[in-house]
Design a protein around this ligand. Structure first.
Ligand code: C5P
Length: 253
């Protein structure tokens, strides 16, 4: 059996060279990190759930004409995606105040925002992904004016889609982060949604109870992350149909 070529290993995923030029295999790890990897753990089954959930969201986006890197899921932990050049920005869309926005502006968590607010952070772990303005983005050449128009439109379309889907299963999309990839087609380039969309990169609150069903459960020690992600997967009907448990059964002495 030939060894695969690892292209990159991040905090939650590994990228391998894909079977065809221009493709990549994205492997979802069980590792959970928060606060720029100051807090770390391995949460058994998280990779499987994020693989299935990201597939669900990306496939849905592709179907409504929002282009993403997703091609197909290969197995419980891997998906085949298009190779892209990642724009060095984290694109955050917020519908309700939470997290760093609440801290920065002193707005109580859960306050509904007058309209979706889009923020950009410069992707650099060493700097802690600092918030930047469109002035920085243009001046340092991270994206052009046209790119920024396309990125804003993609981000708002993703927001509309995921908000609607989650609302349908009784969950509020508080905020989320996406990454954008550049693909080249001859003389043309196009921007598409890349990376992943999962409870690792969204804030999801139960509409009735306010229960957090996202990575804040890990960040803030609020209980079992696997249970929270499993709840999201169950409501969306994307739980694996195999009899193999996602996590090993607990051993009882
Ligand atoms: O921490 P903050 O409030 O800025 O996060 C906003 C949203 O972006 C949250 O849903 C969070 O999970 C996501 N995010 C992320 N990766 C980061 C920073 C934020 O997925 N590096």
């Amino acid at each position: 059996m030939a060894r695969r070529t690892k292209i990159y290993e991040g905090k939650a995923k590994i990228l391998y060279e894909g079977p065809e030029p221009g493709t990549i295999v994205q492997y979802f790890k069980d590792d959970a990190t928060a606060f720029n990897a100051e807090k770390k753990d391995v949460i058994e089954g998280k990779g499987v759930l994020n693989n299935l959930l990201s597939e669900y969201f990306m496939k849905g986006l592709n179907q409504i004409g929002v282009p993403t890197h997703f091609m197909k899921r290969l197995n419980m932990r891997e998906q085949l995606v298009r190779q892209v050049e990642i724009v060095p920005l984290e694109v955050i869309v917020r519908n309700y105040a939470a997290g760093t926005m609440s801290k920065r502006l002193g707005i109580e968590e859960g306050t509904q925002l007058p309209r979706p607010i889009v923020e950009y952070c410069y992707k650099d772990d060493k700097l802690g992904d600092p918030l930047v303005t469109e002035e920085h983005i243009a001046a340092f050449g991270w994206a052009s004016q046209q790119d920024m128009e396309d990125i804003l439109s993609l981000a708002l379309r993703v927001n509309d889609f995921i908000s609607g889907v989650m609302f349908g299963v009784g969950i509020k999309l508080v905020d989320f982060k996406i990454e954008i990839g550049r693909i080249y087609d001859g003389d043309f380039q196009r921007l598409i949604v890349a990376d992943e969309i999962s409870p690792d990169s969204c804030r999801l609150w139960d509409i009735e109870t306010g229960q957090k069903l996202d990575k804040d459960v890990f960040r803030r020690d609020l209980g079992s992350l696997t249970d929270a992600y499993t709840e999201v997967a169950k409501r969306l009907g994307v739980m694996p149909k195999t009899s193999t448990p996602i996590t090993k059964p607990t051993l009882i002495n």
